[in-house]
Design a protein around this ligand. Structure first.
Ligand SMILES: *Cc1c(COP(=O)(O)O)cnc(C)c1O
Length: 235
């Protein structure tokens, strides 16, 4: 069996186990396979094993892969940092954007979304640790950004995303993920129709699922370690 196929099955098994452990239906959780830095052949192998959702962090790299994989029906998720002068290819080519953290970026994505393509599905990325170097809106500004994004005509606000700094401490992992889940509940109470918590990666997907994640973004556990030269750019 292909390595990607085996790893994909192992990740799906982890998702099922984690979901059942907290009394959840595993079908509520979408697996986004993060294929950044990996070639189109790796994506094709994952597709042939049944995977449809893929996450990419760099627009130009992603578009080259989309071109190489035109024959496949895939859902593309943009998960990387987004500068407001680089939104157009993302608005035009992706199905989802998880990393909206400023109103200016959201406004441009909405304005640049092609007619007839349907709304771009978006999550507001929240910086829970308050580190200034990280992308993501600080917790204090997250609600007002979410309401502003929800009002834009060509975006569909689906929920929240977070990319916490790594820790092996599962209690801390759950605190952060729990804070994002609580914020989603507050947005619902305020009338927003949000259903998505994009949280959990290769090393912490169990804690994320225990805290209510509906989308896990998993790279390394499916495709293997990324090359060191690009790994530095990851975060
Ligand atoms: C690279 C990346 C991931 C995947 O991380 P792994 O640890 O390889 O599973 C998930 N989310 C974002 C935003 C990323 O940049």
């Amino acid at each position: 069996m292909d390595t990607v196929e085996k790893r994909l099955q192992a990740v799906k098994f982890r998702i099922q186990t984690a979901a059942r452990a907290s009394g959840r239906d595993p079908r509520e959780i979408v697996l986004v396979a993060v294929s950044k830095t990996f070639p189109p052949e790796a994506i094709r192998a994952a597709h042939d094993a049944g995977q449809r959702d893929f996450g990419e962090s760099y627009a130009q790299e992603a578009i080259a892969k989309m071109e190489a994989l035109r024959d496949l029906d895939l859902h593309w998720h943009f998960i990387g940092p987004l500068q407001s002068n680089k939104t157009r290819p993302v608005a035009e080519r992706f199905d989802w954007v998880h990393s909206v953290d400023r109103i200016k970026v959201a406004e441009r994505l909405s304005a640049q979304r092609p007619e007839g393509g349907g709304p771009l599905q978006v999550c507001v990325q929240v910086n829970l640790s308050g580190e200034s170097t990280k992308s993501g809106v600080p917790l204090a500004g997250a609600k007002s950004l979410a309401h502003a994004v929800a009002a834009l005509p060509h975006l569909a606000l689906r929920g929240l995303m977070t990319l916490p700094e790594p820790t092996a401490d599962e209690v801390r992992q759950r605190q952060r993920f729990g804070a994002l889940a609580a914020l989603l509940d507050e947005l619902r109470d305020e009338g927003l129709a949000v259903d998505t918590l994009s949280m959990g990666m290769s090393d912490d997907l169990e804690a994320a699922i225990a805290s209510g994640s509906t989308m896990v973004r998993v790279g390394t556990a499916i495709f293997g370690a990324r090359p060191p030269a690009t790994a530095a750019l990851d975060r």
